[in-house]
Design a protein around this ligand. Sequence first.
Ligand SMILES: [Zn+2]
Length: 117
Amino acid sequence: MFECEWLIMATKKVKSAGRFKERYGQKTRAIVSRIEKTARTTHECPSCMKKTLKRQAAGIWVCGKCGVKLAGGAYSPSTASGKILGQLRGGKFREVKTPVAEQTEPEETQEEKEVVV
Ligand SMILES: [Zn+2]
């Protein structure tokens, strides 16, 4: 009975991190509970746009509707650094790389001609 009351007190502010009882400090337990909340809730699937994306393991997210399996953040499907990487892949990075590739291609063809002659 006493233990049950204690458990309610322990989980009141820090929710899922209440399992740590009084250990690690209140601030740390609050951070853990916030992260676990985003990890355990369902998120919007980028494939079928339904809120059925669930965390299977650290970094692995599976959609319950269309069954798509994605690599994402450990505790949330998309992270801030992941978004930057996506931007680099889609935009700026490609713009920088294509002129370099165009410059190297003519040089290679010239060298090939020289070898033939
Ligand atoms: Zn889906």
